[in-house]
Design a binder for this molecule. Structure first.
Ligand SMILES: *[C@@H]1O[C@H](CO)[C@@H](O)[C@H](O)[C@H]1NC(C)=O
Ligand SMILES: *[C@@H]1O[C@H](CO)[C@@H](O)[C@H](O)[C@H]1NC(C)=O
Ligand SMILES: *[C@@H]1O[C@H](CO)[C@@H](O)[C@H](O)[C@H]1NC(C)=O
Length: 447
């Protein structure tokens, strides 16, 4: 690990002087130096600045010659910028992630194809230079693999994959798979519910939904975080959809005596299953369950889980206090988090709702900070990313029943505000529930 970092440091110091991105003689000189891929030792601010310059030049280039369109290029630059963020974090913590290099490599390929199309349609010195730079960058990333500097990673990857296969082989009680016909979701409707939370628009963080247990009473619940959008101590319960929509006949159940009590809620990952609230306990890497029927609290430690904004959801802008995300399906509660051991990538564990014991744990290759939110449907983990203020997209899935990752999903859905505090799926009505900055939305989903 140390020698790896040293090698890169030397390379980067030499190459850093070659990074350029500027406008020259009315043309776009967009030199993506190969060293921007030499993570994690590059100075990220510098790289980000280069990308920005590159982007600005693309815009100027367009304005000069509107015949040449490179929208995909812009999008790629934007994506890469967003993806630099996680590396910044990894850098400061001495962690890094091979997968991200691969993903960046794919984006690099995309940029290359776009540039090549532009070049074929309208060849110029600029497009030619751009193609050369992109080729160099690709070669450099490939060399990083070839020189075997990821040895340690290779081994860890093998171990992780083995672990996942083992988890998948383990039986799950009352085989939940039989209730799910087709594995992967194919569509998400327009919002079928849109309303403001019942308290105030200023409560931008929280969660809401419907009791997720099969054959449970139709209960709707709403949970808003107070105290800097970090903590909560009550959950608002409604006995019907009509009451929920009208903000009436509700009952505020106390989960803890105050929002700074050790049993108080931290963060927006909360879920209701079997009239029991599952959530991250106040400032600890522990899961709490509060059974409203019996008014009792249980706790369970989540080994290695990053908390206190170590691994929040971050795709576009970080959403504080989203380190631990709970989900529910027909007969289990799931917890989604990230560990240093898995390089900040998402880990998903299945809990027995009554004992709170962890029965299974899978490790994905998806960096938790590179997604906006997650939810579980039929043992499949889905992750979303920000498209724009009014649109979000499911782009990734991890199927715990096969251990397979699916990277090519594109299921867009609407929202009314940019930020998502919580997404959870309810297997009873097959709806997806979203807490969208103070707004409560729900969607129908289709397999
Ligand atoms: C998906 O949902 C959208 C919006 O409700 C609809 O217009 C579209 O036809 C659906 N697509 C499929 C494949 O069902
Ligand atoms: C909550 O308590 C009720 C009543 O004892 C029990 O039937 C139910 O299984 C409990 N649920 C959970 C998740 O603890
Ligand atoms: C839960 O874990 C504890 C401690 O490991 C164990 O004693 C208990 O039997 C487990 N309960 C269930 C229902 O698996």
């Amino acid at each position: 690990m140390l020698s790896y970092l040293l090698v890169l440091t030397v390379t980067v110091t030499v190459e850093a002087q070659r990074i350029q991105g500027e406008q020259k003689d009315d043309s776009c000189v967009c030199k993506l130096s190969s060293s921007i891929w030499a993570f994690p030792t590059v100075r990220f601010e510098g790289v980000q600045k280069q990308l920005q310059t590159c982007e600005e030049n693309l815009i100027k280039f367009h304005n000069k010659d509107s015949n040449v369109q490179m929208p995909k290029m812009e999008l790629s630059l934007k994506n890469i910028k967003a993806r630099l963020k996680p590396f910044e974090y990894l850098d400061t913590n001495g962690l890094y992630n091979t997968l991200h290099l691969q993903q960046l490599m794919q984006e690099l390929d995309q940029m290359y194809y776009t540039a090549r199309d532009a070049h074929n349609k309208n060849p110029s010195k600029e497009t030619n230079d751009l193609l050369k730079e992109l080729t160099n960058a690709k070669e450099d990333v490939q060399n990083m693999y070839k020189n075997n500097i990821f040895n340690l990673e290779t081994m860890k990857t093998r171990l992780r994959d083995l672990n996942n296969r083992v988890q998948t082989c383990k039986t799950i009680p009352e085989d939940f798979r039989s209730t799910c016909h087709q594995r992967i979701m194919s569509n998400i409707s327009s919002p079928v519910v849109t309303k403001l939370n019942s308290i105030s628009k200023s409560y931008i963080s929280g969660a809401w939904g419907r009791d997720a247990k099969r054959d449970s009473k139709e209960r709707y619940w709403e949970h808003c975080l107070v105290s800097g959008n970090q903590h909560g101590s009550t959950v608002r319960m409604y006995n019907s959809y009509e009451d929920f929509m009208a903000n009436k006949n509700y009952k505020d159940e106390n989960i803890a005596s105050s929002y700074s009590h050790k049993n108080a809620v931290q963060g927006s990952g909360t879920i209701l299953y079997d009239n029991t609230v599952f959530y991250q306990c106040y400032s600890t890497a522990e899961i709490c369950s509060f059974n409203i029927t019996t008014q009792t609290t249980k706790r369970m430690k989540l080994d290695g889980a990053g908390i206190e904004n170590k691994f929040p959801f971050c795709y576009y802008s970080c959403r504080d206090w989203t380190d631990i995300d709970l989900e529910a399906d027909q007969n289990a509660v799931w917890v989604i988090y990230a560990t240093e051991e898995n390089h900040g990538n998402i880990v998903v564990s299945r809990l027995d709702p009554l004992s709170l014991n962890i029965t299974h744990t899978w490790k994905t290759q998806l960096f938790k900070r590179s997604v906006t939110s997650t939810f579980m449907v039929c043992g499949v983990l889905y992750a979303t990313r920000y498209v724009n203020t009014y649109q979000e997209e499911v782009f990734y899935a991890f199927d715990t029943t096969t251990g397979q990752e699916i990277n090519f999903l594109s299921l867009p859905f609407e929202k009314v505000s940019p930020g998502i505090a919580n997404l959870n799926y309810n297997p009873v009505d097959r709806r997806l529930y979203m807490y969208n900055d103070g707004y409560l939305l729900a969607y129908n989903t289709f397999n």
